[in-house]
Design a protein around this ligand. Structure first.
Ligand code: C2E
Ligand code: MG
Ligand code: MG
Length: 256
């Protein structure tokens, strides 16, 4: 597939993109504490496209900035009712959006994000931005400025797909993030790999010390859930709890 930024802008105009939401749960209670927004493209000729097929190309043609802003706005608009319901019951509920390293290199990214929060009356503390570990390392001055603004405004910073690079406990201690998401590949073979169990337990312990929350991704089986609880991991996400669902079905998984 080849797409230009102009074609993406037209697709946005035609409302071809939509969001699905996957709950992040507290493992011990299975209660939803957050929702991750994941984008889908209902392409007129190619059908439903997963982000894996187009995000990279949008990073190359610049359309990722347009898509990222659209995702955040749409997610905040759709989530406002869920947040009201959660607050009325004194329940925690955050919204998590994925951000590309390309967006973080734009100096305007964080100020625009904060002003979207204001527009939608979305509390900054209830917003998380997920950044893939390798992109967090881009580390240029603009990325640093954006991260500093996010931190000042109390938008939570999450390292996505943690553990796919050369990450260790040291790495967790040196990065300044509010949370990390353990990549699904680490969870996939948890049952047959005792070294894996030990290394996850070590990361969780380090996270506790450093005040970094640990979320396990890609949990599909009860046996993984049990092992993660034993490793001290408090939060998780995966098909075991729920597949990503469309906005109209979110209330059924929220129990607020
Ligand atoms: P991610 O942020 O790590 O999201 C997790 C992916 O794993 C999602 O795929 C989700 O549907 C899938 N998943 C969740 N639970 C399970 C499970 O138990 N088993 C398995 N096998 N998979 C599970 P999805 O929605 O296709 O998204 C793929 C990636 O595309 C995301 O990975 C994220 O990096 C990127 N992405 C998605 N939406 C956006 C967006 O709005 N902006 C940007 N920049 N990237 C996005
Ligand atoms: Mg993510
Ligand atoms: Mg991930």
């Amino acid at each position: 597939m080849h797409t230009t930024r102009g074609a993406v802008l037209e697709a946005l105009e035609r409302d071809e993109f939509y969001l699905v939401y996957q709950p992040i749960v507290e493992l011990a209670t299975r209660r939803t504490v957050g929702l991750e927004a994941l984008v889908r493209w209902l392409h007129p000729s190619d059908g439903e496209l997963s982000p894996a097929t187009f995000i990279e190309q949008f990073e190359r043609n610049g359309a990722i900035t347009d898509l990222g802003a659209w995702v955040t706005r749409r997610a905040m608009a759709e989530a406002s009712e869920w947040h009201r319901a959660a607050r009325a019951k004194d329940r925690e509920l955050y919204l998590s959006v994925n951000v590309s390293g390309f967006e973080l290199q734009q100096l305007t990214y964080s100020p625009a994000l904060v002003s979207m929060c204001n527009d939608f009356e979305h509390r900054c503390q209830d917003l998380r931005v997920e950044i893939i570990e390798s992109e967090f390392d881009l580390g240029g001055p603009d990325v640093r400025a954006n991260l500093a603004t996010l931190r000042k405004e109390e938008v939570r910073v999450v390292i996505d797909d943690f553990g796919t690079g050369a990450s260790t406990v040291d790495r967790l201690l040196e990065i300044s993030a509010d949370a990390i998401k353990l990549d699904a590949s680490l969870i996939a073979d948890l049952e047959d790999n005792s070294e894996r169990f030990a290394s996850i337990a070590a990361v969780v312990a380090a996270g506790d010390l450093a005040g970094v929350e640990v979320v396990a991704e890609g949990i599909e089986r009860e046996s993984q859930h049990d092992l993660l609880l034993r490793a001290g991991c408090r939060f998780g996400q995966g098909y075991l709890f729920s597949r990503p669902v469309r906005a109209e079905n979110v209330p059924t998984i929220l129990d607020v």
